[in-house]
Design a protein around this ligand. Sequence first.
Ligand code: HAM
Length: 419
Amino acid sequence: MPAFQTSPGMRDILPADSARWRRLNGVFAEVVEAAGYGQIITPLLEDIGVFTRIGDATDVVTKEMYAFEDLGGRQVALRPEMTAAVCRSFAQHRPTVPWKVWYTGSNFRYEKPQRGRFRQFDQVGVEVLGVDDANLDVEVIALASEFFQRLGLRRVKLIVNSLGEPEDRARYVEALAEHFEQCDLSEQSRATLTKNPLRVLDSKREQDAGAIATAPKISEFYSAEAAEHFATVCAGLDRLAIDFEVEPTLVRGLDYYRRTIFEFQGATLDSAQNALGGGGRYDGLVEALGGPATPGIGFALGVDRTLLACEDEGVFASDDRRLDAFVVDVVGGGAAVEVTAELRAAGLAGDRGYDNRSMKAQMKLANRSGAAFALIVGEDEDANNTVVVKPMARDAGEQQTIPRTDLISHLQHELRNLR
Ligand code: HAM
C-alpha cells in the first residue's frame, strides 16, 4: 500500500479515460458554441457569501461545502456548483445582455461517495442572463438534449416542471406544509418539512409515498403568466420533437429556482444518482448577489455520471489515440532523437524507446504502443542514412527500407492508405 491515496470521493482520471473526458468537453463546446455561447472560466474558490446566497435550506450549502478561512482571514469556499459564480461574475462585470456563457470544471461537495456520487466532480453547463423569453428555456433544454444525442445516448429521460412565479411558489409551499403536517411522514421528511416543504416531494422513502401522491399540485397555484410561460416551453419542446414528461413533483435540490425546471435522468444508474443533469430559471439570483434584477436560466450536466451512462449504454467508447510511428533505435538513441523530432514537426504522432534497450524489448514496446509503423534504425541504416519502416498490423505488408530524406512523405502516403 503506498503511503498516500486519493481522498475519499476523489479520483485520478488516467489515460485513456482522460481522453474520453476531453472529447466529451469538445462535443459540448461544439454544441453550445454553435448556438452563440462563449466559455467562462471562474475561480474554483469564491467568497463564501457567493454560495450562501444559493439558499440556507440547501444541503449543498449547509452541510456539504468545503469552506474555510484563508491565510488573510477571508471566509472562502470551494465552489459546489457554478451558477452562483457565473451570477457573481455577471454582477461584477455587468456585460451586455443577453449574456450566454458555457463552462466546464470541477466542483466540490462533501457527500457520501458512491457510484456516480463523488466529492470532486465535473460539470459542463450553460447560463443565459438577461432574457425572459420562454423560447430561451426551450433553446437551453434543446442544447442539453442535443449534446446527449451527439454522445449517442438514447435512454435519457427529460422531465420538466414549473415552480411558478415566486408568489405562486410561496402559496404552494404554504399549502404543501399544511398538507404534510397532517401526514405520517418519515422522520427525515419531518425534518425537511420544517426547512423546506418542497423538498419533501423529493423523498424516495416508501413511508412518504402516500403523502406525496395526495399532496396538492403546483399547477393548481400558477398565475396566468406562469401558466402561459410553461405552456410555451412545453409547446416549443413539442415543436422540436423533444420527448419529455411533465413531472409535478420535480423540485430540484437548489433553492434559487423559479418557473421552469428540468432534469435529465439516465436509465441505468441507481435512482439516487440517476440525474445526469438539470437546471432551470433562477430569476432572483443576480439580484441576491448585488447585481441588477436579471432573469437567468441554465443547466449543468455531471460529466462523471454522463460517462457512466455512456458505458452502460455502450456508446462514446474511448478510442485511444493511436500513434503513427514508434522509433526503435539500436544504435545508441541518437538517431531516435532526430527521427521522433521530424515526425512530430510534421504533425505525426510518434514515440520511441529509451535506455538503449534490446531490439526485442523495443519492438515489444512498439507493439504495445499500438503504432501503425515501427521505424527501425540499426547499424546499416545508420551508416546509409535509411530507416526500416515496418507495418505493425498483421497482413499489413512487407517492411521497406526508406532513405531518411523520404521518410516523412513515405509515412504520410502509407498512413493515408491505411485510413
Ligand atoms: P445540480 O442538480 O446540483 O445542479 O447538479 C447538476 C448535475 O451535477 C447533477 O445532475 C449530477 O449529474 C452532477 N452532480 C451533482 N453532484 C454530484 C456529485 N456529488 N457527484 C457527481 N456528480 C454530481 C447544479 O449544480 C446547478 N448549478 C445546475 C444549474 C445551472 N441550474 C441552473 N443553471
